[in-house]
Design a protein around this ligand. Structure first.
Ligand code: FHN
Length: 428
């Protein structure tokens, strides 16, 4: 087969502009709010059934991140090779990071007394990263947000009885107003990432696209910025599917059609800062999550939960630096890459990514076989030249036309400076 006749998957077209997104592949998620002071998961208010008065008495009144410096955050993201960031403008607790005209429950009214969001957007944009806003559909603070099976007060009969005076449509108007406020004030925002629609549970109704008036909200958003990307959690698929905390086993599909997708993951077991949580992924695991995602045509959104003082903790910085060390020499196998042609068989314990523009194939070697590695099938006919990506050192190979294989002799030890070695294969 000719190279141009090979099958390279392209995702279904999207209403928003996803061209930069499917090129850049790698972003930083940031979960930051009052829950950072509790330091035991962003669902703290839910898990411990904490009434708002007590939650605010403790966390709103003591929120003063004196070490907050978004330039350090933006540098860490850029140095790790991340090309966009998505910040929780408001998480389920309802606390707003920006100086919203629609609420007093915001950073400017805490002891910190300043807008958090504007300097963050400026810091990341000034380093060339695209801007994404995560915005919670749930709101455990707003007086008109009714109880559902995810609400912190779901076991409190007295609080539940108060639902009769709560007007959910008033909260939804607030949701629409704040969305327009954010997208207008910080225009052009590249992604709006809503989270999440609640199914019915126990005695409580759910909250989905009808409740949010999702269709109307999407229209309003697209009027402000027609190119913006919108996620799928308004219950109306738009620009990107968002599998969370698991790796799909292939290109994410909707009704059998490959779509733009992004897996979102934590370093540890929590999105928000969790001081005592010890299940932190290694750099090797995190790099393999990035490579796996791109090998299946997807993106990776990796989350940091800053502390109550406004810093990334050292465990996060260690991993970001480790990822950045690999990306410094290997980002060519990530940016602009996608799933390899379907006709190419990938050797055991390896992953292919492919740049359809440069016609270069990248073989990521999760283990270093003894003596040689063999490429079999269709790919073998197209190999023109091979080098180790990290140092551009030639890898000689032999092609056997009989059995259509390419053998690449390997040195005993894998190359220095490449925890996950990559062969850059020029195709003809
Ligand atoms: O409940 C949230 C959770 O706190 C976190 O924000 C994740 C990130 O995508 N989304 C929801 C759980 O699916």
């Amino acid at each position: 087969m000719r190279l141009e006749d090979l099958t390279v998957i392209k995702p279904a077209p999207t209403p928003g502009d996803t061209s930069w997104f499917t090129h850049d592949r790698f972003g930083m998620f940031i979960h930051w709010g009052l829950y950072a002071l509790g330091a035991r998961h962003e669902w703290l208010k839910n898990y411990e059934r904490i009434p708002t008065e007590i939650y605010d008495e403790k966390y709103f009144r003591h929120f003063d991140p004196d070490l907050y410096d978004p330039a350090l955050w933006a540098d860490a993201a850029k140095d790790a090779g991340m090309k966009y960031f998505i910040i929780t403008t408001k998480h389920h607790e309802g606390f707003c990071l920006w100086d919203s005209a629609y609420t007093d429950y915001k950073a400017t009214n805490t002891p910190y007394g300043k807008d958090i969001l504007t300097p963050m957007v400026e810091a990341f944009r000034s380093r060339g990263l695209r801007t994404g806003f995560y915005h919670s559909l749930l709101d455990w603070h707003h007086p008109d947000y009714t109880v559902d099976h995810c609400h912190p007060m779901r076991d409190n009969e007295e609080y539940i009885a108060g639902d009769k005076d709560r007007v959910l449509s008033r909260y939804v108007e607030y949701l629409h107003n704040q969305t327009e406020e954010l997208l207008t004030r910080y225009d052009p925002v590249d992604i709006i990432w809503f989270d999440f629609s609640v199914g019915p549970g126990g005695r409580f109704a759910g909250k989905g696209k009808e409740v949010w008036r999702s269709e109307e909200l999407i229209e309003k958003i697209r009027k402000i910025n027609p190119k913006i990307m919108i996620d799928d959690r308004l219950q109306i698929d738009q620009d990107v599917k968002t599998p969370e905390q698991y790796m799909p086993d292939g290109w994410y599909k909707v009704n059998g059609v490959p779509v733009v997708w992004e897996g979102c993951h934590t370093f540890s077991g929590s999105w928000g800062y969790y001081r005592d949580e010890q299940s932190w992924k290694s750099v090797d695991q995190l790099l393999k999550m990035l490579i796996d995602s791109v090998s299946m045509g997807g993106n990776l959104l990796l989350n940091v939960g800053p502390t109550g003082r406004g810093e990334f903790d050292e465990r996060a910085y260690d991993r970001l630096r480790g990822i950045g060390k690999w990306m410094k020499r290997h980002s060519r196998s990530i940016y602009g890459c996608t799933q390899a042609p379907l006709e190419f068989e990938c050797p055991r314990d390896c992953r292919y990514t492919y740049n359809p523009d440069t016609k270069r194939l990248y073989l990521h070697m999760y283990s270093w076989p003894f003596g040689k590695i063999r490429l079999t099938g269709e790919v073998a006919e197209h190999v023109e030249y091979i080098q180790i990506l990290s140092d551009a050192s030639e890898m000689r190979f032999s092609y056997n036309p009989e059995n259509k294989t390419v053998d690449i002799p390997l040195p005993i030890y894998k190359p220095l400076g490449a925890d996950i070695p990559v062969l850059e294969i020029y195709l003809k």
